[in-house]
Design a binder for this molecule. Sequence first.
Ligand code: BTN
Length: 280
Amino acid sequence: MSDAAEPPRPTFAETLSQLLTTRSFGKPLHFFSTIDSTNVYAARLAREGASAGTVVIADEQTGGKGRLGRSWISPPGVNLYLSLILRPPVTTAVAPQLNLLAAVAVADAILEVSSLTPSIKWPNDVLVDGKKVCGILAEMQTGAGVLQSVVLGIGVNVNAPLSAFPPELHDKASSLFLVGGCMLDRAAFTAALLTHLEKFYVLWLEQGFLAIRPAWERHAAALIGRDITVAAPEGTIAGVVLGLDSDGALLLQERNDGMPRRVLAGDVTVIGGYARGEQS
Ligand code: BTN
């Protein structure tokens, strides 16, 4: 036994900074033990001129934002809540493709650090065993109708226990720990995620969405050919999934008339469940 005190364990932010081999993503990195929403903070930084690649991460969110005005459950110490500032030279019509790109990066990061098989549910939910483990919320900052920046918010349920989810979500949402049975290193997962994000972002800037589509379709193979309904802004659409159009729109063969149909936004429900026999 030695009297010497144990050296303090490196914090999540210190470990992540050491692991990061990206060129600009995560540089700089703003880390908070608790915050209302990393997206809200990152949007403020973006408006104040923060550079592309700036990342905001929190250990806990008290007002985590989900899609369609929903909230995002953000308990402390177990998950990843990350917002990345980007300044792509594209129009506001093209920027939503970043949602799909981010889903591919999350799926690749899960494959890299675990033995799990992720699936993407259009546009950008990442599921494992039919349950949602990741949500993505891209928010645009514009000035005079021109895109100034995008805050790409990513929430991944990494090590959350079942008690973190309300009972009504138990058949819909989960964590990588709950589906895989082992705790994952959050810093290693985050480093892998930022690496994949940067790689796909550079590819997208150089070659456009067509270069991302094959990876997206590979991760969404379980969706292709399935019967779905989409709660779209224009109403509910039912059909069979044909794939993804060159701009990221979902291509359906509509159930009513058998005609091909492009869907630009909405919430997908897979008939019979995403993983067969389960709810989605
Ligand atoms: C969804 O509803 O599926 C999207 C959820 C997005 C949650 C993330 S967590 C990090 C970032 N900060 C937020 O407030 N929301 C996003």
